[in-house]
Design a protein around this ligand. Sequence first.
Ligand code: PMV
Length: 322
Amino acid sequence: MSTQATAVAHPNIALVKYWGKRDLALNLPATSSLSVTLDQFLTRTTVTWGVDQDEVVLDGAQAQGAVAQRVLDFLDLVASDRPPCRVISGSNFPVAAGLASSSSAFAALALAASAAAGRALEPAALSVLARRGSGSACRSLWGGFVHWTRGERSDGLDSHGHPIQIPEPWGLRVVVAVVHAGPKAVGSTQGMVRTRATSPVFPVFVAENEGLVLQAKQAVLARDFDALVGCMERSTTLMHASMLTAVPSVRYLKPGSLAVLDAVDDLRARGVACGWTMDAGPNVKVLCRAADAAEVERSLNGLVRAVNVLGLGGPARLVEAP
Ligand code: PMV
């Protein structure tokens, strides 16, 4: 007998960054982080538990090799004695949208797979499970602002997301400036391992980042936009400084990325409240208030390949349960 469940999840963007693992196998982070979950873009995943043979279909094509194996290994975490399973997953945002999809992908997979397997998990346990697939996925279980605590335990059970409850929604936008849409040159795990092992700046990032997470959380609770942007840009700068000073250097930014940073700094000098962040790739995400999003979009339009304006999204959810 087979059982089936379908879940959807949105990608998230870190305002205060996760970079570096204290445990590679468990995806335990060197530092806490803080994110916003995005709206509009989502991954939808159906897991059928108990079929003739394992099958993984991603964005309409049969997944092969290491890509399929990563998904199947993840199902083994849900139940080591599992039957063959089918996973059909698709995202409504193209690679060219300038966002990584692993956060929404593993959040949706954790939710759908555990439900299909008949293992209802509490949100924190689901977040721990999603983290094993991709660190940032542990933050996509919740909407709005999410705090991923580093945790102290060696089994990682205290390293998961926590929603930051605010009395009413904060009308912010994330404007994604797509500088380059190709696959990244260095995968995030490889980049993290190299940075942690060789960069003299990495300990500086780790030492400061934990405090930045707490300051950013206070800024969210106090709706202090400028303080939040200050934490975001500082964490981003220290993360990229640690990447750049790794041996060999891990360099994700392109000249076009720096042009966007200059344009955002110019906007700010003209009185538009906004700030930038970048992840393991050349695209720049600009945080601003809803009322300023059109002006930010206009300023960046001619400068980059595409601009996507996104709001803050909701939690991952089951849309079909056994
Ligand atoms: O979840 P991963 O392994 O793809 O790592 C994501 C790392 C960054 O996006 C660069 C930062 C973050 O906190 O999301």
